[in-house]
Ligand binder design. Structure first.
Ligand SMILES: Cc1cc2nc3c(=O)[nH]c(=O)nc-3n(C[C@H](O)[C@H](O)[C@H](O)COP(=O)(O)O)c2cc1C
Length: 377
């Protein structure tokens, strides 16, 4: 295999014998993914400061065990945006999944269906959203990137509605993305056959023409970036509930809530947006305080285990999204791997709940955590 290629044929669908916990799929990722591709997937933008902070933030917190509580009627069910979910683990929108496996998003959709998981399909999927929708089960939402030109945005929105997705998750935190230095150094380039299948026909709608003093960023890449006006327009057009992904600032959260969005995703795009942004977990309590206890809030950034999910739930998330780990599991064993990863993570979460004395998700509160700071300075 050429170092920059993704595997042409899917590896046999067998769960690797040495995967014992969800995070093992990350530990073993270099076995299944070529080094440049892995650098692209694992990397954050720039130097990866925020991507690293996402992971580190979970180690700052410990889960406090509680004794003698009856959890024998326990469960992980929760309603999200009026839809019943069996558990609070969703597959995050992740672009270009053919990089990890030829079946890409189709395999993740099957895994979501098989494990009663929610799935958020990316605008930049390698397979068409209609094909993903057919396989994904009832808890399927569509992640929308504003396109340069409202017709192209509207076209995606209508296709998602017609395909039966239950909500629109509009991502607003990555209008411009600095490449990962690790991926650049590794020589990563998107393979020619890894295209955004939903955008065929809308490619290169308009390349900004820059005058002498124009900035490549402000007048160039940001020229067509969405503003509040575009979001207001989208809300008038959508027949589906609109969620916003990429919220970190409490005031943005309040403003979005007032505009009538269905819910928010506290996220820094897995550290692939602004390098230097805070860890998502650090921003979560402030956003929860800003929107109040009953407003719908999802979380992502650094979830690698059921214990991580538990900590995010304790800090105010209603559910969590899983990003990179789904690609690692996908590369290792296709749909079976992703389903296995979700099953492992759900069980890890249930073990945390049982030992922390929380029979339901509503019982997981801030008092379930304590700082894991060193005892001595
Ligand atoms: C390779 C890759 C592609 C991604 N593509 C998208 C995307 O198309 N749309 C989007 O909203 N977020 C995208 N994200 C961000 C994820 O939805 C999610 O916010 C992030 O991966 C969560 O962090 P984690 O990977 O540590 O779980 C992508 C992330 C990765 C790693």
């Amino acid at each position: 295999m050429n170092a920059n290629q993704h595997p042409a044929t899917p590896p046999p669908a067998a769960i690797p014998a040495d995967v014992h916990c969800a995070q093992d799929y990350e530990t073993l990722a270099s076995r299944y993914i070529a080094a440049p591709t892995l650098a692209y997937i694992a990397g954050g933008s720039g130097r990866g400061v925020t991507a690293a902070a996402n992971l580190a933030s979970f180690s700052d917190l410990a889960i406090v065990p509680r004794l003698l509580r009856d959890v024998s009627t326990g469960h992980t069910r929760r309603v999200l945006g009026a839809q019943p979910f069996e558990h609070p683990l969703l597959l995050a929108p992740v672009a270009h999944q053919k990089l990890a496996h030829a079946e890409g998003e189709l395999a993740c959709a099957r895994a979501a269906q098989a494990t009663d998981s929610g799935i958020v399909c990316s605008t930049l999927s390698s397979h068409r959203l209609e094909d993903i929708s057919r396989l994904a089960g009832p808890r399927r939402w569509f992640q929308l990137y504003f396109q340069p030109g409202r017709n192209a945005t509207l076209d995606l929105l209508r296709r998602a509605e017609d395909a039966g997705f239950g909500a629109i998750v509009v991502t607003l935190d990555a209008a411009v993305q600095a490449a990962s230095l690790d991926a650049l150094q590794a020589g990563f380039r998107l393979p020619a056959d890894c295209v955004a299948a939903n955008l065929r026909g809308h490619e290169n709608l308009s390349s900004p023409v820059l005058a002498g003093n124009d900035s490549r960023i402000f007048q160039g890449l940001m020229r067509d970036a969405p503003t509040w006006r575009d979001l207001d327009w989208l809300m008038t057009q959508s027949h589906l509930p609109v969620w916003v992904k990429g919220v970190l600032h409490p005031q943005d959260a309040r403003d979005l809530q007032q505009r009538g969005v269905a819910g928010l995703v506290v996220s820094n795009h897995g550290g692939r947006g602004l390098d230097g942004a805070p860890a998502s977990l650090r921003a979560l309590p402030g956003v929860r305080a800003a929107v109040g206890a009953s407003f719908s809030l999802l979380f992502d950034g650094g979830i690698r285990s059921g214990a991580d999910a538990f900590k995010a739930l304790a800090l105010g998330a209603d559910a969590v999204l899983i990003g990179r780990l789904q690609l690692y599991a996908l590369a290792a064993a296709g749909a079976l791997g992703v389903a296995h990863m979700l099953k492992l993570m759900r069980e890890e979460l249930e073990v945390c709940m049982a030992l922390a004395g929380c029979p339901t998700l509503d019982d997981i509160g801030g008092d379930a955590l304590m700082p894991a700071a060193p005892l001595l300075p």
